[in-house]
Design a protein around this ligand. Sequence first.
Ligand SMILES: [Zn+2]
Length: 106
Amino acid sequence: MSDPAHRSDRFGERLRRPLWCYLWAAPNSLAGLLLAAIACGAGASVRHVDGTLEVADGRIMRWFARPQRAFPFCAITFGHVILGLDHALLARVRAHEQVHVRQYER
Ligand SMILES: [Zn+2]
């Protein structure tokens, strides 16, 4: 639909949070976006979920999933960007990572 009110609702729905939350966390989100760009260059994919970008899968994430990896993690949050080994895992840890997103917003 092209009526502005409807568009505005959808925009607010997609952000899910007040704009200042995104601005306050922006320096950390930028670091996450840089890592996300590198991960996407190696085949990771991005999903927009609950006002964040979830980045997972791809060759780099598979490397982190190896048992002998140097930096063990299954998911990590930078502002409004959440990096994880795969999207199924991100769905399972979403509530926990959203706590970290709220911490960045404060
Ligand atoms: Zn945690």
